[in-house]
Design a protein around this ligand. Sequence first.
Ligand code: PSU
Ligand code: MN
Length: 303
Amino acid sequence: MDILIAPEVEQALKEMRPVVALESTIISHGLPYPDNISAARQIEQAVRENGSVPATIAVLNGRVLVGLDDAQLDMLASSKEVMKVSRNDLPIAVVRKLHAATTVATTMLIAEKAGIHFFATGGIGGVHRMGYKTFDISADLTEMSRTSVCVVSAGAKAILDLPSTLEYLETMGVPVIGYGTLEFPAFYSRTSGLKLSLSSDDPGEIARFCKSKWTMGLDGGVLIANPIPEESEVPSSTMNHWIEEALEAAEREGIRGKEITPFLLARINAKSHGTSILANISLVLNNARLASQTAVAYSRIPV
Ligand code: PSU
Ligand code: MN
C-alpha cells in the first residue's frame, strides 16, 4: 500500500519512539464542525502530553496519510464530501482520488502497515441489534481478529447488541481488557452489566500483554475498554431515550448497510445536543492519554 507518512511520525518510528494512531471518522462524521477541529487538536495534544507522537490517519485526494498537518486536519473537518471507508471500500477512495475518513477497521490496518501498534478511538463498531438476522456485524470486529494493533476505546454504544458484540470478539480470539474495571463500559456510561474476564489498571502490564501476544505469534488486535471519566458520564436512562428514538427513525427510514452507524450517531448528537458531544470529547481524550502511556511503556520493554 502506498502510504504517505508525515515527517515527524516517520522520524519517531525510525527511532523506535512511541506513536499513537488516531482515526478520522470521529472528525468528519462523529462531531459537528467546528467542534470537530478543536477536538482533533486537543486529542493530538493529549497524546503528546503523555509522551507519544500522534498520527491521525485519513485519505485526502486519494492519498493514504499517516499524520496530518494543520491544513489537512482543517480540510478533513470542514469538507462536506468525505466518504466513510472500511476495509472493503478503501481502494475505491484511492482510485477515485476522494477524501475519506477511516473507521476503526481501516485505521487499524493502515496503522499496522505503517508500523504503529497503538490506536486511540471513541467507540468501536459491533454486532447491531437484530444482527443475528441481518448479519450487520461491523468490520471493526473481524479486523481486530487479524490486525495486530491495540485499540483503546470506551467500549461500544448501546445502539449495538453489546452482549453479542462481546461474544463475537471472544469467538474471533480478541482479548478485551477492562481498564480498572471488570465490566464492559457502554461509551456514555461506565457500566453495561456485562462482565469481562480480564482487567488491568497498569499501562505497563497492558503493554507487556500485547508484546507477549504478538511475540507468541498470535496475530490480531487487543481491545482496551476504558470507561468514560466519572464526571463526564451521562446516565443510561437519559441516553437510552435518544438511542431508542434513533433506532426507530433508522427503521422507519429504511437505513441500511454502512449508513446505519453514521445515521444513528448524527441523530443522537442532534437530539442530545451538547450533552453527548461533551461526553464524546472527554472519553476520546481519556483514551488518547491511556493509549499514549501504553505506547510509551511498550517502547521501553527491553528487546
Ligand atoms: N461508534 C461510535 N462512534 C463512531 C463510530 C462508531 O460510537 O465514530 C464509527 C467508527 O469509525 C467505527 C465505525 O469504526 O463507526 C463503525 O461503522 P460500521 O458499524 O458501519 O462498521
Ligand atoms: Mn454494518
